[in-house]
Structures are given as structure tokens and as C-alpha cells.
Design a protein around this ligand. Sequence first.
Ligand SMILES: Nc1nc2c(c(=O)[nH]1)N[C@H]1C(S)=C(S)[C@@H](COP(=O)(O)O)O[C@H]1N2
Ligand SMILES: [Mo]
Length: 573
Amino acid sequence: MSTQRSPRSSEPPSPPFPGRWAGPVVGLLVVGAALGTAQLAAAVVRASSPVVAVGDAVVDLSPTWLVETAIGLFGTADKAVLLAGVVVLLALSGCALGTVALRRPAAGYAGLAVFAAAGLAATWVRRADDPGAALPVVCAALAGAAALAVLLRSLGGPTAGSSAGPGAGEVEDRGADAAAGESGAGGGDGTGERAEPEGTGGRSGTDGAGEAAAGTAPTGTGRRFVLTAAGVLAASGAAGALGLRLPSLLGGPAGQPALALPAAAEPLPALPAGTDLGIPGLAPFTTPADDFYRIDTALSVPRIDASQWVLRIHGMVDRPFEIDMDELLGLPLVEADITLSCVSNPVGGQLVGNTRWLGHPLADLLRRAGVHAGADQILSTSQNGWTCGTPTETVMDGRDALLAVGMEGRPLPYEHGFPARMIVPGLFGYVSATKWVTDIKLTRFADEDAYWVDRGWAERGPVKTMSRVDVPGDFTRTAAGDVVLAGVAWSQHTGIEAVEVRVDDGEWRPAELARVPGPDTWVQWVAETRVGPGMHAVEVRATDATGYTQSSEEVETIPDGAEGRHRIRFTAE
Ligand SMILES: Nc1nc2c(c(=O)[nH]1)N[C@H]1C(S)=C(S)[C@@H](COP(=O)(O)O)O[C@H]1N2
Ligand SMILES: [Mo]
């Protein structure tokens, strides 16, 4: 590990090359080449890119407390944070790998092999059923190795023609080593670091660092390296960009899913006038699909081909059967206005949305299968392996529990479960709203736990009566005087009876309720108050149709949903 420096006096003034940065740069380029190629391969075989596969595996293998902490810290950005984390880790590992590879190419290739093995393991954890899913990892490893080879060669390999192996050759070794010993001028700094490409074939034990002070070699090597690096970068970038574009170029499932939906057998009347108060800042009665909150464990959204989709209904039933999309769309479809909310929604949170769903009654499908007495749980599974346990009696009690295929008259967006998902008014999403559903098994709660139940959440998840202040926004400023207060309240399948508000801990005063099509949706509320300049607090509470009024007692989301009253502050000036 000796650092030998050539006497400066004998050196012509040439830029130090390669400097301490050469290793990291090579490593980053190798990682880039691997990821770009993987993206392209993933697009071709329609698998996940290794970054996503690793992220998926991290989620699967992480202990519950870690996943929950992450969700708590990052909220709905948890996926972006995780993927960014994987990329940052890869980049750092790349820097290390490149640095090592410059000294010992064999170690660099071994490092790549370790990454490939880890990537294959990660893919295996998720997609043991699909060997094609491993292809991106294999391609990534090969591309990484190829990039490493050409970069090492450009740094220290023989001049054109000779191909004894990556990094082989005396002439450039000398140049590189000499340059490594040089330091000072320019941005690079070789001090204390010696980039020493070791040829797989060419080096013969000579440490060229001391002897060589070839002034022109560094410059030539530098130019060659920069050109090679630019080539690798361009090729990786092109592969990655093509990989990202390919799904749409191939005309495969991308963007908005296409599926011709028949009209409902009994279309619902249009929403009654007055369901939406149209107050700026207030959640619209119908949540646009693009704004609908998204919660799921899927790092890459399943893109199911509707013509390939099949739902299997089996377990404790007399007549198990399978149904495909053609048959499903041939059955009578119904429409229903239903508000969906998440058990993880904190008081005042945004994990709730309302839309008009189109689907076939789940109860009809279950009757066709003939559910056995005692099968108290409908265990549904998504195409990506998430599971959900819904009480059979809730689905069978006559409410609009749907196998939904549409939202707002259009096919479900991929993010929201295309081509089919479950929706059950009155239950939190984690126990009712399986997206990309492909399997429904009748079983007993006593026999099987669904995904989140396994991770500490309640077996049953009926929604809780909740209300929210949207206007004024928390910590906003507004003019003193008359101030409009508005928000939403929900208690799906029970219905909201009344909403009250109070300002600055004063008297509770009734808010005015907008109209609703039924008990399964949220309801907008509005009130007015007159305030002077200063900071004010607004608190809301709802009373549902059973007569229950929200209390001030605060309950956290886990295990079965938050409780407490939403309270916001605003400043009048
Ligand atoms: N396949 C699948 N379906 C799922 C989930 C999931 O993780 N995977 N999450 C559930 C949860 S917790 C909620 S709150 C709803 C959210 O539905 P949305 O993303 O369409 O709003 O989907 C449910 N369905
Ligand atoms: Mo949820």
C-alpha cells in the first residue's frame, strides 16, 4: 500500500490521472450501466427492474416495526424514499466497488457477482413462480462487468489492438501509476491513493509506479478514459430511457388501461344537486381518480392484461369456480357511491376518497359458489400476493359490496386495482378493498390471518365515525371578520346525522350538511364564524346515525383506526 510519488521536478505539467476520483467514477458508471440495461431487460420481459425487486424484497423481509416506522415517517412517500434509498445504496456500493476494482479488477468482478447473487435472491423471494423475472438481474450483471472491463482497459490497458485482458499492459500501467503518484494541479487529487489497475494477464509483478514518469501517457489515458466513460454513460442512458419508453412503444399495458365497460344494469341517478358545496379548499364530493389516495404494498403497480385475468372462488364452498373478464362483464353490473378510507388515516388525514364504483355484487358470486356455514372469512388475494380478510356476513348482509371494475364510469386505473378489485362500504380498505384481486377463498378467521392482521392490525376493521376540517387550511391566514368553515365527515354504511363545530373552545354549534346519495359516502359540511385578528382554533365532531358522537379521546391508528377530533388553527389578520 505504499504511495510512491514521482519527483515533481521530473514531471511535465500534466493533469494528474487517474486521481482518487477514478474509482468512484468507474463504479458509478458500472452501476449506471447495470441499471440502464436492467431497465431495458425488465421492459422486454415485463418484469420489475432490479431496484424495484430489491425494494420489494426489503419490504417483504423487513420486520413490521420497521415498515410501520417508515410509513409513519414518510407517509405515502414511503415508496419513493425506499426506492431512492436503494439507488443511493447502489451508488455508494458502486463507488466502493470501483475503487476496489482499480486496484484489483478480480475483486471488482467478484463484487459484481455478489450484487447479482443478491439481486437474484431478491427476485426469487418475490417471483419464484416466474424465472423471467431474473433476466434483468442477469443482464445488469453482464452489462456491469462489460462496463467495468472497458473502463479499466481505458485507464490502464494496452493501446489499441492488444487484448490481454482488462487492465492489462505495461505501457499504460506505467502511465496510470505514475499519474496516480502525481498530485496537486487540477481538480483530481491522487495524494495517498494509488489507482493500480491490475491486469488479469499482463502484469508481471512490476510495480510501475516508481519507475514511470511518462508525461504523455496520463494525458492520452485521460482522453481515452473520458471518451470511454462518455460512451458507457451514453449507452446506459439510452438503454434506460428505451426501457422506460418501451412499454408504451410496444403498446402493452401502460398509461390508462383500456377495457370497454358495459353500462350498469340499473344505473344510479345523477348525484342529487347540493352534494357538492363547491367551496374552494373543501374536498370535492367525488374525488377525481388522479387524486384518489393510494395505499398498497406494491412498489411496482401490477399491470394485468384484462383478457388474461381470472378470479378463482374456492375454499369452503359447494361449487368452486373461476370467472374471467368476459363473463364478469356479461353479468349485471351495479353502480354505488362509496367512500373508501384507510385504517392508517390519522385524524385530519387525507387517506379517504369517494367515488361512484361500477361492479358486480360480491354476494351474488358467493351465492353461486355456495358458501359453507362457518366460513366466516373471505380471504382475498391480489395478483401480487397481498391478502385481505373480510367478514362473510358483512358482504352478505345486503350492502353494496362489489367486485368493482370501474370508477367514475371508466375502468379502474392501474393504481387502483385494474382490472378488478373489491369494495365493501363500512370497512376499512385493509379488510375489504383488495386491488388486482385474483383469488377469493372462503375460510375461517380462526384458521388464516391476512397480510396486515399478521402484522399486528385488527382482524376486523369496521370504519370509525370521523370528521375533518378542510377550510380554513391548518395554519393558513385569512382576513378577520366572517370566515367560512367547511369539511367532510364520514361513517360509511351508518351515515352521518350531524356535524358540530366550535371555535376557540367555545360552544358547539351545528354545521349545515350537504346532501348525500346514501349512507355509504362522506358528507360535506359548512359553517360560518366571525373572528377578530389573531390565532384561532376550529374543532369539529360528527354524530353518526346510531347517535354516537366523536369524543375528544385520542386513539392511534394501529390496531383498528384512529379516533379523536380534528382541530386546526388559522390566523385572522
Ligand atoms: N392488492 C392490494 N390491495 C389493497 C392493498 C394492498 O396493499 N394491496 N391495500 C389496501 C388498503 S390498506 C387500502 S386503504 C385500500 C386503498 O385503496 P386505493 O389505493 O385504491 O385508495 O386498498 C386496499 N387494497
Ligand atoms: Mo388502508
